[in-house]
Design a binder for this molecule. Sequence first.
Ligand code: SAM
Length: 220
Amino acid sequence: MDSFHFLPPDVARGRLVRKLRTKGITNEQVLHAIESVPRHAFVDPGLSHKAYEDITLPIDHNQTISQPFIVALMTQLLDVQPDMKVLEIGTGSGYQSAVLRYFTHRLFTVERIKELSFKARDAFTRCGIKNIICKYGDGTCGWPHYAPFDRIIVTAGAPAVPTRLLQQLTPEGILVIPTGDRENQRLEVYKKRPDRIERTTYTDVVFVPLIGEQGWKERE
Ligand code: SAM
């Protein structure tokens, strides 16, 4: 098992990036973003020694910070170009947002749990990351006020792709989302074309559920 307990964060990040390369991440900008973002600033201080292991870690409210490989893969699939307008649903710890911010200054992120949204904003401030527009609320309906978006990424598992999100994509826009049942999903990429929407299915993944009007119902 990897242990980065005694490594300085930059050395640990370098090791993580080498691991992501061996697992098939090829986009150099994505790897550079992973090498630049201090994941330890987005996890509980008690877990910071595990921040650069390629694993999911718990955050408050029974939610998770995604595995770095999945963050890198989703970012690679999203194919963000400079100045694109990007919407993320599921801010969580804020780590995926910080990685996306590396690619664009037009980044919007929605989190349904108020405390997590505010904690992520604190982490952005501590890391000196500016210009991420955050709100808390149900992201399954997108963010009509700022729509359309060139790219949309959903970082919680949905029963099916929310139609409201597809509607808020620009022509030629791309949406990356895990869909499936509450426990297991497949990563899917939707590309908007003039006459159709193309869907490509990638690897199996495990995300916490997307809860909301166009997602799962909250359990009692
Ligand atoms: N991107 C996150 C990160 O880097 O830490 C991963 C977050 S976690 C896997 C998924 C997050 O989606 C949780 O924080 C959860 O509260 C949030 N979520 C679930 N349903 C949501 C919804 N309808 N709108 C916004 N956020 C939602």
